[in-house]
Design a binder for this molecule. Structure first.
Ligand code: ADP
Ligand code: ASP
Ligand code: MG
Length: 423
């Protein structure tokens, strides 16, 4: 009997009617002869509202109390989903993250899943009932509730699917959301974006990491690592969705498969630092230890001084500034400069590994759209440009269309290139 993990995101369970519609999909999957596990997010914007609520009580909530507060959103959803299933005559058991065996590390607000104990889930499935699990939360070794970070319910779903080895019996992890699949860019920002029937794990991981919110990057990573078939679908409409698949299932090597925008970035510049060996390690070790992600690192040298600049998400600026203030104090020299209002536009595609002309085409598109570029970074399958936030959407649209990704152009247009070799 196939095992299917069905995850329903916040918009999909935003009100009672939608919860009932999602419950009907679960009941149908079960009636069709599957073992079904459900993962749900908090209703609508509940998580953001809980964060705002905490800010009204204190400027500095303790991480433990914050985790406790944030975990309540998903608990409301699992309880209501289980009730909706009962009403449809479908036996269901609602579970918090810890009740479902989701063990994590203790990282503040962005815990990582360490292991999943499948015993309780197997017991419930064995009794013929549907486990309904809180997304976005686990429990640390110390017994504290741990939030998995924004969008973390996707990671819960794929981790459960991996632990239950859904691929072994022809099952899958279905990510039900408010779009009917993965598009060549966020269809809310780029109306000409086209839906992809398939995308490779590798390309989806990179797209998710550079801002395509439709999937959480860690969820894609688990999917690839444990061979979990992931199917992204619309929760309220019947559709074919998008399958996230391994390399061998897609023959063509598309140069650019999609584009994404990461808005709300800030740049921290540490100026006038001493020019001594090891300064980079001294800066980035404490930032990493504080669990803050940085990218686009640029180093410039002038005389006996070094400047190191990097971008972080707006939400991390206060934390990173505190770390940098301590560092500058310890170095005995240097200034901290913080710029806000930046964004990152990225083009992603596995075919970049073997084609040239990709970066130049992106730069031409941004130039023609009148978008100045502040910095550029590349990986084997991605090119990113840092731009002003107010140019983000215009630049994304221009880059998207320059690679022939618009619906009707056919994705193959982006395969035209000037030859082999790196950019
Ligand atoms: P959920 O609450 O279901 O987890 P999210 O808001 O996290 O939903 O993700 C779905 C949203 O992701 C869509 O509404 C869409 O605006 C956005 N999105 C960003 N990039 C893409 C993309 N490439 N394809 C589809 N949707 C995207
Ligand atoms: N409710 C959490 C969030 O808003 C987790 C999720 O929806 O995936 O980020
Ligand atoms: Mg999401």
């Amino acid at each position: 009997m196939p095992t299917i993990v069905q995850k329903f995101g916040g918009t999909s369970v935003a009100d009672p009617e939608r919860i009932l519609r999602c419950a009907r999909r679960v009941a149908e999957a079960r009636a069709a002869g599957n073992r079904v596990v459900v993962v749900v997010s908090a209703m609508g914007h509940t998580t953001d509202e809980l964060i705002d609520l905490a800010a009204k009580v204190t400027a500095n909530p303790s991480p433990r109390a914050m985790a406790m507060l944030m975990s309540t959103g998903e608990q409301v959803s699992v309880a209501l989903m289980a009730m909706a299933l009962h009403g449809l005559g479908c036996d269901a058991v609602s579970l918090t993250g810890w009740q479902a065996g989701m063990d994590t590390d203790a990282a503040h607000r962005k815990a990582r899943i360490a292991r999943v104990d499948r015993a309780r889930l197997e017991g419930i499935l064995g009794s013929g009932a549907v486990p309904v699990v809180c997304g976005f939360q686990g429990v640390s070794a110390e017994g504290n509730i741990t939030p998995l970070g924004p969008g973390g319910s996707d990671a819960t779903a794929v981790a459960l699917a991996a632990a239950l080895d859904v691929a072994a019996d022809g099952g899958a992890c279905e990510i039900f959301t408010d779009v009917d699949g993965v598009y060549t860019a966020d269809p809310r920002l780029v109306p000409s974006a086209a839906k992809l029937r398939h995308i490779r794990y590798e390309a989806m991981l990179e797209l998710a990491s550079v801002g395509a919110a439709v999937m959480h990057p860690r969820a894609v990573l688990f999917g690839e690592k444990f061979g979990v078939p992931i199917h992204v679908r619309h929760s309220q409409k019947p559709d074919s969705g998008t399958m996230i698949v391994p390399e061998e299932q897609i023959m063509e090597d598309i140069v650019v498969v999609g584009c994404a925008l990461k808005p709300d970035l800030g740049r921290i510049s540490l100026k006038g630092l001493p020019k001594v060996p090891g300064i980079q390690a001294q800066i980035f070790e404490p930032i990493a230890a504080a669990n803050i992600g940085v990218d686009d690192i640029v180093q410039t040298e002038f005389g006996d001084a070094t400047t190191i600049a990097f971008t972080v998400e707006h939400g991390d600026i206060a934390d990173v500034k505190a770390v940098c203030q301590r560092l500058v104090g310890a170095f005995g020299r240097g200034d901290i400069d913080v710029e806000v209002g930046l964004a990152k536009i990225s083009a992603v595609g596995t075919g970049m590994k073997s084609h040239t002309g990709v970066a130049s085409r992106m730069f031409r598109a941004l130039a023609d759209a009148g978008v100045p570029i502040h910095n550029i970074t590349t990986s084997e399958i991605k090119i990113s440009a840092i731009v002003d936030r107010q140019n983000g959407e215009k630049g994304l649209q221009a880059v998207h269309d320059a690679f022939g990704l618009a619906a009707g152009d056919g994705v193959t247009a982006s395969m035209q290139s000037s030859g082999r070799g790196r950019r």
